[in-house]
Write a new protein. Structure first.
Length: 302
């Protein structure tokens, strides 16, 4: 839907901006043999991995899938079980597609920029093509090549070879970046085409279904907010004798020290029976205790 496209575009733009700031303030190639590759690959891969994990974590479908109960599958027939497996695969693909937006954007932008790639692979370039350092050992040649990302460390006689090597590596990095973008765009397009081909719904029916699901979720969220507020209001009223916003409050309840202790502290979601849970300590107190005790009458006139 349009909301998904807009959300993905915002994520991509934020990732591009973050990558530019990240490169400007933190990236500095060590220009040392054996360290360039680790440093460059770390800046390429680690942020992408973090963004991928964050993408999974921020998707509500991930937690809906993780927190779903597997017991429902045990009572299904083989055909329904197969259908649910297909649904599971579809949801996983959908979640992964959304989660890949930021890391793919990061990798594409960093490859097009070229700095990370140049730092990572500079010492492995076959520099003899450029006639540079022909009479030195392999170890010394690697040491010289490792300094190429840092122009101030390169001897003057190797400046031209260094420029040619940097151009070659930047070309390779940018080609890889554009190929990555092309592969992702083609994959996404073909995925949508295949999903549309195998969909049992017509185009207008699909739009209606999409609209229904969106509206149902909005109404459900609103009902959840109102229901939980009304339920919490009953427990708060039982403890204090009134609820915030009440007009013409005649009396308030004074909780005892034991009751304050009962609702204070840390609490986990506690199972009461097979069907019900205690959501909080106040909820537990309201279910178990009677609202007796001391009440204080409030004068109507200040």
């Amino acid at each position: 839907g349009k909301e998904v496209v807009i959300a993905n575009a915002i994520i991509a733009i934020l990732t591009i901006g973050g990558q530019q700031l990240f490169s400007f303030f933190t990236f500095s190639c060590p220009c040392h043999v054996g360290q360039n590759l680790i440093y460059g690959l770390a800046f390429l891969g680690v942020p992408a991995l973090i963004l991928l994990i964050v993408g999974y974590a921020l998707n509500n479908q991930t937690w809906r899938l993780v927190m779903g109960k597997s017991s429902h599958f045990e009572r299904e027939t083989s055909s329904n079980w197969l259908l649910k497996c297909k649904l599971l695969c579809f949801v996983l693909c959908s979640i992964t597609g959304r989660a890949l937006v930021a890391p793919v954007t990061w990798l594409a932008v960093t490859l097009i920029n070229g700095s990370y790639y140049i730092c990572a692979v500079s010492e492995y370039v076959p520099v003899h093509y450029y006639g540079a350092a022909p009479n030195v050992s392999a170890a010394e040649r690697s040491r010289i090549l490792a300094t190429f990302p840092c122009g101030q460390l390169v001897p003057p006689e190797l400046a031209r070879a260094r420029d040619e090597v940097i151009l070659l590596l930047r070309y390779q990095s940018q080609v890889a970046g554009w190929l990555l973008i092309a592969v992702v765009v083609i994959t996404v397009f073909l995925s949508y085409c295949l999903a549309s081909c195998f969909s049992p719904l017509s185009f207008l029916h699909f739009r209606y279904w999409n609209s229904y699901v969106h509206n149902e979720q909005e109404l459900f969220d609103e009902a959840t907010e109102q229901h939980s507020r009304l339920y919490a209001m009953q427990n708060v009223r039982k403890f204090f004798g009134f609820v915030p916003g009440s007009e013409n409050v005649k009396e308030i309840r004074i909780p005892s020290l034991r009751e304050w202790q009962a609702i204070s502290g840390l609490a986990f979601l506690k199972r009461v029976d097979k069907e019900h849970y205690d959501y909080s300590l106040l909820h537990d107190w309201a279910l178990k205790e009677r609202a007796s005790g001391k009440y204080l009458r409030i004068d109507e006139d200040p």
